[in-house]
Design a protein around this ligand. Structure first.
Ligand code: F0G
Length: 458
């Protein structure tokens, strides 16, 4: 008999989570103004808001905390992180930052100026925020297949080379500070980018003389998919694949809260010493001295250890199979999702789930509220509320995909939790025709409104 799949770790410490009644949840979500970010974590049973900073560190990472060197300058923890970054990613220069968006802030302070354009594959919201905040624009060049959740494509995170070349030919090159490749492509559903595509983008970038920056939060998951789906890489190790991926980047930003499996931390990697030096100035102003940049020594140690663990095949295999397990269970209940399933999350296609709720009433947010009421499961809207208003016209932007993201923290929940979540959403799906109306916005912030928006049910 073929042995079933089992996780490559066992549990050493546990944290209690609490169930609640539907009446309690009705009250709590109302007090939260129907914004799930406003819930207290103790009001949530299974928390799939994000996979960012919510993973379980290993015994080795916890041990590393004790070895942290908290010297202001030149700490051994800084050098441990430097060695890991060189070893695994191949970058000679780096700056620590407190998280991924801080890395964007520091790097973009050097590179992005008013009126510039930054092409790429579906920029993440903070990335786009940092570009638009500087009065520049992000141009999404992702392949069309990414926006059809029923279309099969092994690498829905890919850039469409024709779209990219059109951008490179349409603007003066000094207006294009970089191409950003997000691996995996979070906004398209945790979808990977193929090695072929990374190589092609890099080749095109050399032709036009534009640098390539990887937004690398889930680079190891991307490497896992390359190994599984790109024939030439089947026999390569994750670490070999990662090395080749980053050979096609000039710089990288990293939110270490994902694939480096720490609760907080980030960095920028540079191949070019000159860019590193320019960015160091902003790093010092915004984050801290160049050998700690917003991180404690102990956290740099845990991060370095996390980079090694996060690029082990078995760690990734356990993780991605758990995400696919949830995806398959949901599929068994008829729930429509982005397929193939992504690396860090299942993205439910809400246009197909609640086709009768008009887009002006924010169907994905409506579904997030219903799922919470059903079972105390917190997911997150990746739809029109997140897409925000157009910075110029101030009209609501309605993205092609209206999604509910169920993000799975690393090494945190068991497959029983996944069964629970699937049954809960299956129940909502069974009564989907009774959900006739959505929500309306009562209050919103001028930028990144989804975090603080206040809503009312219609
Ligand atoms: N880039 C990507 C692709 C991300 O997914 C994130 C964060 C960031 C950059 C920013 O990093 O949070 O450390 O400042 N994504 C989280 C999420 C928040 O839930 O997807 P950060």
């Amino acid at each position: 008999m073929q042995l079933p799949f089992a996780e490559s770790y066992k549990i050493k410490m546990v944290e209690t989570i609490k169930k609640s009644t539907r009446e309690e949840r009705e009250q709590w979500i109302k007090e939260a103004k129907y914004n799930l970010f406003n819930l207290k974590s103790e009001q949530v049973f299974v928390d799939l808001l994000t996979d960012s900073g919510t993973g379980a560190m290993s015994d080795k990472q916890w041990s590393e905390l004790m070895l942290g060197d908290e010297s202001y300058a030149g700490a051994s923890s800084y050098y441990k992180m430097k060695t890991a970054i060189k070893d695994i990613l191949g970058f000679d220069y780096f700056l620590p930052t407190h998280q991924g968006r801080a890395a964007e802030n520091v790097l973009f302070s050097v590179l992005v100026k008013e009126g510039m354009v930054v092409p790429g594959n579906s920029h993440f919201d903070t990335t786009k925020g940092h570009i638009e905040f500087r009065k520049a624009s992000a141009i999404d060049c992702t392949i069309d297949e990414a926006f059809d959740t029923t279309a099969h494509h092994d690498f829905k995170g890919n850039v469409d080379l024709n779209k990219l070349e059109k951008v490179l030919m349409s603007y003066p090159l000094e207006k294009i500070p970089m191409i950003i490749m997000t691996v995996t492509n979070n906004s398209a559903g945790g979808q990977p980018v193929s090695m072929q595509n990374l190589r092609d983008v890099y080749t095109m970038s050399r032709k036009y003389g534009v640098r390539v920056v990887f937004d690398s939060a889930r680079f190891a998951e991307n490497a896992y998919f390359i190994k599984q789906r790109e024939a030439a890489y089947a026999d390569k190790s994750i670490k070999e694949i990662v090395k080749e991926m980053f050979s096609y980047a000039d710089a990288m930003t990293m939110s270490s809260k994902k694939d480096a499996i720490v609760n907080m931390g980030g960095f920028i990697g540079f191949k070019d010493e000159d860019l590193f030096k320019q960015a160091s100035v902003f790093g010092i102003i915004f984050e801290g001295y160049i050998t700690y940049g917003g991180m404690s020594g102990r956290d740099m140690n845990a991060l370095a250890q996390g980079l090694y663990e996060g690029t082990e095949f078995d760690t990734l295999d356990s993780r991605i199979k758990q995400v696919a397990f949830l995806g398959q269970r949901l599929k068994d209940f008829g729930v429509p999702s982005q397929e193939p399933f992504g690396g860090h999350a299942i993205f439910v296609d809400v246009k197909r789930f609640l086709p009768h709720v008009p887009k002006e009433e924010f169907p994905a947010q409506t579904l997030a509220i219903e799922l919470y009421l059903e079972a105390g499961v917190r997911a997150v809207e990746i739809g029109a509320i997140l897409a925000d208003r157009d910075p110029v016209t101030r009209e609501n932007r309605y993205p092609e995909l209206e999604l509910l993201r169920l993000a799975i923290p690393r090494r945190t929940y068991t497959n029983n939790h996944m069964e629970y979540v699937a049954a809960a959403l299956g129940n909502v799906y069974a009564r989907r025709n009774d959900i006739k109306r959505g929500v309306k916005i009562i209050k919103e912030a001028p930028i990144m409104r989804h975090f603080t928006v206040e809503l009312e049910r219609l």
